[in-house]
Design a protein around this ligand. Structure first.
Ligand SMILES: [Zn+2]
Length: 395
């Protein structure tokens, strides 16, 4: 398979349709979640479930666990068809996924077990905090969350991610040498360059930095290493090194922890003032969970654009960094266009969609960044096409 470096109108029409469908699904999904929370809260159902569990046993740890398993399980079953459609059938319909139903079900099962264990552990601790520090739980929770995320960021690349994908140290000697040379040039102390079997599930490409401390590494999708030229891979690698050099994983962790603590603080204020109206005993009453979830979901919807804007600014800095250390604008631009074609990315999404969903600048902006960089440095971003006349050009 060769991936075109030119944007075809047809492919972009398809990309826009795919993006629009996914946005609709996001709104349907969020609407369903909010409706479910409002329903169990205002109907008194949440209170009834807690009373029912307490009629069997009175251990508060167990009450919290059983409540979460019942409510979470019911919600997972109710939203299963939507989940199946949006994460399997839709990407398959657009040729992005080639996963089988069986393979997808195994992923869902693994994700539910791991997510369930981690989620139940965190929620049990949250309720311990709510019961024992009813005034200060949000502060304790925020600090605990920070340490938890740091530990998970260290462990995830070696414990959790390998449960879903195979990670192999980059094997291609020539490419590896080149990548190590580039890493040396930046002074980034990367602990490893890995390839990941993206191709098992998808035809899309990606690369990312992950891990903190002794597990920090750069991961390149095999869909990238197989279909991109060494020059283009080097640009991608340089972008990821930019994240390393800028300390973006740490920045992200602290940014996330601050936002989370603010969210918990607001949730505390709102909960303390509305508990009585719903007949909840105290802030640590698990029946009030839908209220807490509503506040945090609302807060998340409100802060998502801020988090996304922050992420886009970090991505832009990494793009600049990649251009600076490679000075290969031409490969940066062909790489972006290939990514758009391969991943069926909408090149020019509507502004509100960027604001609401985009953690990276859209491709059109990234290409423009490359062109502006070239202009400033007096480089030719389209050496093969007689730029600027023949941009949509020849090969
Ligand atoms: Zn990035």
């Amino acid at each position: 398979m060769t991936i075109s470096t030119e944007m075809s109108e047809n492919r972009q029409r398809k990309a826009s349709k795919y993006a629009a469908t996914r946005r609709t699904l996001f709104f349907v999904n969020s609407g369903l979640g909010l409706a479910a929370l409002l329903l169990v809260l205002f109907s008194g159902f949440s209170l009834e479930i807690r009373k029912l569990i307490e009629s069997w046993n009175n251990n508060q740890w167990l009450v919290v666990l059983l409540y979460m398993i019942l409510m979470g399980g019911a919600y997972a079953i109710l939203t299963f068809p939507l989940n199946l459609y949006s994460s399997l059938y839709l990407p398959r319909k657009y040729g992005l996924s080639h996963q089988t139903l069986g393979g997808w079900l195994i992923d869902v099962f693994k994700g539910a077990v791991i997510g369930g264990i981690i989620g139940l552990f965190l929620i049990s601790l949250l309720y311990l905090g709510l019961r024992s520090l009813p005034e200060w739980w949000w502060l304790a929770g925020g600090i605990f969350y920070l340490f938890f995320v740091i530990i998970m960021s260290n462990l995830a690349p070696v414990i959790i991610m390998p449960l879903f994908n195979k990670f192999i140290p980059l094997e291609n000697d020539e490419l590896r040498e080149r990548m190590l040379r580039l890493a040396d040039k930046t002074g980034a102390r990367v602990k490893g360059i890995y390839t990941m079997d993206f191709s098992r599930r998808t035809s899309a490409s990606n690369a990312f930095v992950t891990g903190v401390g002794n597990t920090r590494r750069i991961v390149l999708g095999d869909t990238l290493t197989q279909h991109f030229t060494p020059d283009e891979i080097e640009v991608v690698m340089a972008h990821e090194l930019g994240h390393h050099v800028h300390g973006d994983i740490w920045r992200g962790i602290f940014f996330d922890a601050i936002i989370t603590m603010v969210g918990l603080f607001i949730a505390n204020l709102l909960l303390q003032n509305t508990l009585g109206a719903f007949g909840f005993r105290e802030i640590g009453d698990v029946a009030a969970f839908p209220l807490l979830a509503l506040v945090l979901t609302g807060f998340g919807l409100f802060t998502n654009p801020i988090t996304n804007a922050y992420s886009r600014s970090r991505e832009k800095a990494a793009d600049y960094y990649a251009l600076d250390i490679t000075e290969n604008v031409a490969s940066f631009i062909t790489c972006m266009k290939k990514l758009a074609n391969q991943n069926l990315a909408e090149v020019n999404p509507p502004g509100w969609a960027i604001w609401l969903f985009y953690t990276h600048p859209p491709i059109s902006e990234r290409v423009r960044l490359g062109e502006n960089y070239a202009r400033k440095q007096g480089l030719n971003p389209y050496p093969d096409s007689g730029y600027p006349q023949g941009e949509s050009g020849s090969n």
